[in-house]
Ligand binder design. Sequence first.
Ligand SMILES: [Zn+2]
Length: 325
Amino acid sequence: MSFPNVRMRRLRRTEALRTMLDQSQVQPSSLIYPIFVDETITEPVPIVTMPGYFRYPLDRVVDEGKVALEQGVRGVLLFGVPAKKDEVGSGAYARNGVVQKAAKKLRSQFKEDLVIIGDVCLCEYTDHGHCGVIDKEGAVQNDETLELLGKTAVSQVEAGVDIVAPSAMMDGQVLAIREFLDDADFEQTPILAYSAKYASAFYGPFRDAAESTPKFGNRKSYQMSQGSVHEALREMELDINEGADMLMVKPALAYLDIISLAKSSFDVPIVAYNVSGEYSMVKAAALNGWIDEASAVNEVLTGIKRAGADLIITYHAKNVKDWLK
Ligand SMILES: [Zn+2]
């Protein structure tokens, strides 16, 4: 059958029909709100490269948890900016580290209403800015880093974190963290693995926000190169075999095909990270009056969802409730 028997516009006639048949509606409950907590400040500090976004002092973290819940968002992802950095990133696994303190505050305020996710990496805590410990030549040491990531995960869960999200792209990190968690009797804590994390220009604004730009070199020896497809699938399969409960693709917009492949290949929740550069592009265009922010944000998030993401980590989460269709 074809035209004139078939008329595709019949089902697009009214707003109610369109809404009823929309297959990719984004709910605020499928969004995760990233929060930057900075130990060194007493007032929120605007992040210049991410208009409308701030680093928050510890005593404002609970307010940001409220912002999330008011938006209908159920999860927050914590990143820390510590007062001190050192060669081995000890602030990442310190009992009184910045993320640990933030998690305690959130946990005591919100009990089980809010899902607290901890980013598990060293780059915000190392003075060289790499995601692992380095040798004399400056090469990142994979196996030496695993123990520190395991300790970081345990210290976060002790502080009240619900889900740990390892982002260092070290081989074996999911298995190492699973073993550390189980040894500490946290066998119920899920791992959200940053499995397919590409070396991307779109992380630029985040590195300003988290002060985590590498002091030398780049992260291309551990993050994935942009043209890789099979490697992404292999990373994801390995992470599932190591015990990952959810898989992440990062960034989102330039990697929608990878999100789609992940969704069709694996029966675990797929999480997409709509990263800082993607946020800032939309913001910059909106601030210049070049696009309509609400419609653009809705379209971006719908596209990521349609590609196959079950959950989306996005900086738009703090101001999205009235924008979603
Ligand atoms: Zn890192």
